[in-house]
Design a protein around this ligand. Sequence first.
Ligand code: SAM
Length: 235
Amino acid sequence: MASEDTSPAPGLYLVATPIGNLSDWTPRAQCIVQQADYIACEDTRHSSRLFQNLELKAHPQAYHEHNEQQQAPKLADAVASGKVVALLTDAGTPGISDPGFRVVRECRARGLPVFSVPGPVAFAVAWSISGLPTDSLLFLGFLPPKTAARQRIFAQHKESTATIAFYESTHRIAKCINDIITVLGPERCICLARELTKLHETVLTGPAGEVQAQFEKISSKGEFVVLIAKEGFSL
Ligand code: SAM
């Protein structure tokens, strides 16, 4: 366990950040960031809005998909030398469809401590408020951009007894709903969760055909989580 009543124990800390509502930035996250010897951010400018009223010990450094391979061993070296290393991404929990996996693996492989400073994960937020079954979940991250590949994935998981969750971009969301209807039919219960915790949060749950009709009336801009219920489920 890592206690921050005094100073945090040396280790890698995966610090979750808000997915929209800045009030979801936790006191513990602030405390770790302030006391960290190294702060690694996916985008230092993006994270700077969270640091505005904080006195930081360290200068934030970039850690993103393009330098992750080089940076991961360096951050692990810092942990090995007894430092507190905080890792943040732009939104939500680092490592979940975001940079983080490589440094966590590096630390685990070397037997170094890794801690979580928990907060939101967009798919879990959507799942919890969707009305779809919450007994089991299959999270697929981002689906492939091409229609044929997406449809193959839906066909592959057609009989899944778990609720399926994935992330989709604003550019592909309309096509993605079409693909769900093509492969799984208009009666399959789905949930579209848009702009969670933000001003224009919209959650549409119901048969895919009906959700598609409602979706056509709202803006397709923003960030989306899509959930698909098991066959036969209805609200
Ligand atoms: N690490 C993040 C997490 O813990 O959820 C996920 C990062 S991933 C690069 C970004 C994707 O998460 C977006 O494209 C969108 O699909 C989803 N997402 C993030 N914030 C969201 C929000 N406020 N509402 C709906 N979906 C969101």
